[in-house]
Structures are given as structure tokens and as C-alpha cells.
Design a protein around this ligand. Structure first.
Ligand SMILES: Nc1ncnc2c1ncn2[C@@H]1O[C@H](COP(=O)(O)OP(=O)(O)OP(=O)(O)O)[C@@H](O)[C@H]1O
Ligand SMILES: [Mg+2]
Length: 392
């Protein structure tokens, strides 16, 4: 992969060169920018895969106009911009201009390497199938049923074990826990900011708004406060999901528990599957009936629903057959209880599937991931794979 780097400072130019080379880039051009030299005059022979521009000493707005034109004509080019401005407006303008990463100039130790790795991962991870990805929404019937733990770890398995480009969208504007479960770094932006720019939203802007939390796994975080999230309209949500599924194999959504919130309704409407998470107890069964009533009143067909009984222990739980008889739906999956390792993963912020790949909860989720993806040729297709018409 080839890189061009541009800076006004010779020593920084050399630092950028070493960092890019250390990540496997061949530095095709290292250009020292003079005084007021406009960026456009340096980009005449622009090709390759990566451009790192140090904008220190320039008006960031001027460079961004040039970069926007460049990323339009070179859509596969990744741009990393270094800026002395910490202004959030510059960050947003940079995202709009198609810049993938914005760092302080000069960058702090490790930041540039992280940015180079994120960029490389995005360039490698292209959707593996033509057409749109599948949208899978997770809903808990009672607080704490386990929807967020299951959604985040399933997304991780789809992304890493199956190498499927996967987006996790956190629609729980109150707790916003998916973000905490998946990463200790704060997202650059969030769904509310993306919704505000929906008229210009495309794959590039969406990608720039997501946090790359693992290979192939991208998080669109919830806003900092719930009020901000409540401003997102159904129309905006619809467009975000449309773009997300165009650019990912799977879009996993952590829904807020009350499915009648505006954004949840839209997500439910657009979801291919809704995984409803409960425990096999009488109070959960009661709430399950209520949740199903709401889903049905939203015209959500039962054929979309998949029931997961979490923390299942057949010695103490209500019989699955009794649950099925009471609600008239099949229990699709059970996931066992695993208090120590699940708690540890939440305390450390490292996903369970990453920290403990053999954990029984992860084993249960692997089955779901395998079914969603469809088994490799020779082992036959899952019922979900068949339903989606997957080919050999
Ligand atoms: N299979 C499991 N084994 C052990 N503990 C679990 C399991 N699933 C979830 N938990 C624990 O239950 C708690 C709630 O899980 P989680 O936050 O995923 O629930 P939720 O349905 O998203 O809740 P909310 O409705 O509040 O968003 C977490 O502290 C987690 O540690
Ligand atoms: Mg949750």
C-alpha cells in the first residue's frame, strides 16, 4: 500500500514516514510544504492508498475544501489529517470532507499508529456479499435480561470469527452501555450527530463517525445524554440504517427496552430479525407477553422474532415447553448463566468473546452467529440461511 505525506516541518515529516513504514506502507512521496503553499498544488500526482496531511500552519478550512474534492475523485483513498485546532467544528467539517482520522499536530505517541491501523482495517474490510446486510435488533423484556451483553458479543463473533463487516448501533440512549462494554475510548461522534447530517450521509461519513473497536467491528455510539437522542426522528433513523446496511454485512442494534420509542419503532420495522431476550421466570414471562403485544401492535410479524432465554438453568427455570405454550412461540436459543466471567468482562471493558472465547455464553452465541452466516459448504445451511436464500 502506498502513502503520500505532507508537512511544513521536516522532523515531523520524517516521524510520519517512519510511522507509516512501520505499518507496512511504502512512502511514495514525502512532501515538505512551504509557507503559504496551497495544498492543491501538492496533490497533482495523487494516487496510492493513504494521504497524511499535516495542516499545522494552515487555515484548516482551506485544506478541507481541497481534501473534500480529492476524496470525491479518489473514494478509496484514506486521509489522515493532523491539525492544531481542537475545535469540534473542524472535526465535523473534516468528516464531511471524507477525512477518516483527525489527530492533533504533532500527534501524541501511539496515536498515529492507532490511526494507521484503523485506516488499514477499514480498507481491508469490504462487505463480502453483494446487496444489503442484515439488520438484527436486540430487545430485553425486563431491565438486565442481557440484551446488551448478547448483542455486543454476537457482533464481535460475526466480525472476528466470521470476518463479516459488522456495525453495532447503540439505540439505548438512557444507559448507552454497548459503548462501555465494547471500548474504553470515547467515540468521536454519535448517532445524534450523524442524524443531523442525514441529508449528506453516505458510507464514508458513516464510517468516519464510527469507532473501530475490533477488526471488522464498528460502533455507532449513543449520544452523551438521552435528550440528544430523543431528537432523532424516524426518518433520520431510517436513513442511518439504510446506509449502515449498504456498507456492512450485519447491523446489530441494541434497542432501548420500550419498543415504542420513535427510533426503536423504525429499527424494528427495518430489522430482519428481532432477538427478544428474557429469563425463564414468571415475571419475565409476564413482561414478554406485554412486549410481544407492543411488537404486534407495531405490525411486527412473529416470523421476525427470535426468542433467547438467557441465564438458562434447566434445574431451576420454567420449562421451555411451558413458555412456548403460554406465548405460542418457539424458544429459539438458550444461553447459560456465567456470572464470574461475564462480570469480569464488564468490569474490564473487554468483551467476553474476546477475553474468554470458550466461555459457555460465547459458545451459545457462536451457534447463533453460525446460523446467521450459514454454515460453510458441505455442512449444509441453517434455517436462517435458507430463509434468506443463501447460496452454497
Ligand atoms: N448469561 C449471563 N450470565 C451471567 N450474567 C449475565 C448474563 N447475561 C447478562 N448478565 C449480566 O446481567 C447484567 C445485565 O446485562 P445487560 O446489561 O446485557 O442487560 P440488558 O438487557 O441490556 O439490560 P437493560 O435493559 O438495562 O439495557 C449484566 O451485569 C451482566 O453482567
Ligand atoms: Mg442494555
Amino acid at each position: 500500500m502506498k502513502a503520500t505525506i505532507i508537512s511544513r516541518t521536516g522532523s515531523l515529516l520524517e516521524e510520519l514516514r517512519s510511522a507509516a513504514e512501520a505499518e507496512g506502507y511504502e512512502v511514495a512521496q514525502a512532501l515538505l510544504r512551504k509557507g503559504n503553499q496551497p495544498l492543491s498544488s501538492l496533490l497533482a500526482d495523487m494516487g496510492g492508498d493513504l494521504l497524511i496531511v499535516d495542516s499545522a500552519g494552515a487555515e484548516p478550512g482551506d485544506d478541507l475544501v481541497t481534501l473534500e474534492a480529492l476524496t470525491r475523485t479518489h473514494p478509496s483513498l484514506a486521509v489522515i489529517m493532523l491539525s492544531t485546532s481542537g475545535d469540534a467544528n473542524v472535526l465535523i467539517a473534516a468528516m464531511r470532507a471524507g477525512v477518516r482520522e483527525v489527530l492533533q499536530s504533532p500527534p501524541k505517541a501511539g496515536e498515529l499508529t492507532d490511526a494507521l491501523r484503523h485506516v488499514a482495517q477499514r480498507q481491508q474490510a469490504v462487505p463480502s456479499e453483494a446487496g444489503r446486510g442484515r439488520v438484527i435488533a436486540f430487545m430485553s423484556v425486563k431491565p438486565g435480561s442481557g440484551a446488551t451483553v448478547l448483542a455486543t458479543n454476537l457482533a464481535y463473533l460475526l466480525a472476528t470469527a466470521h470476518q463479516k463487516r459488522t456495525a453495532l448501533i447503540d439505540l439505548d440512549f438512557v444507559l448507552a452501555e454497548a459503548s462501555f462494554f465494547m471500548s474504553d475510548s470515547h467515540g468521536k461522534t454519535n448517532i445524534s450527530e450523524v442524524a443531523k447530517q442525514v441529508s449528506r450521509l453516505d458510507g464514508k461519513l458513516l464510517a468516519a463517525s464510527m469507532l473501530n473497536v475490533a477488526p471488522n467491528l464498528f460502533l455507532l455510539a449513543a449520544p452523551d445524554g438521552p435528550e440528544e437522542g430523543y431528537g432523532v426522528t424516524a426518518e433520520q433513523m431510517g436513513r442511518v440504517l439504510e446506509v449502515a446496511r449498504e456498507h456492512h454485512d450485519f447491523v446489530v442494534i441494541d434497542l432501548v427496552r420500550t419498543p415504542d420509542a420513535t427510533v426503536s419503532m423504525k429499527a424494528i420495522d427495518m430489522a430482519d430479525f428481532i432477538f427478544v431476550v428474557l429469563e425463564a421466570t414468571v415475571p419475565h414471562l409476564r413482561d414478554l407477553k406485554r412486549s410481544l403485544g407492543i411488537l404486534r401492535s407495531l405490525d411486527c410479524p412473529d416470523s421476525k422474532l427470535r426468542l433467547i432465554v438467557n441465564r438458562y438453568d434447566k434445574h431451576v427455570a420454567i420449562e421451555l415447553s411451558q413458555i412456548e405454550k403460554t406465548i405460542g412461540l418457539k424458544v429459539d436459543y438458550t444461553i447459560p448463566n456465567s456470572f464470574a466471567e461475564v462480570s469480569e468482562s464488564l468490569n474490564t471493558g473487554v468483551l467476553l468473546a474476546k477475553a474468554h472465547p470458550k466461555n459457555p455464553v460465547v459458545r451459545g452465541l457462536r451457534e447463533i452467529a453460525d446460523e446467521l452466516v450459514g454454515k460453510p459448504a458441505g455442512s449444509g445451511h441453517s434455517w436462517i440461511g435458507r430463509l434468506l436464500g443463501e447460496q452454497g
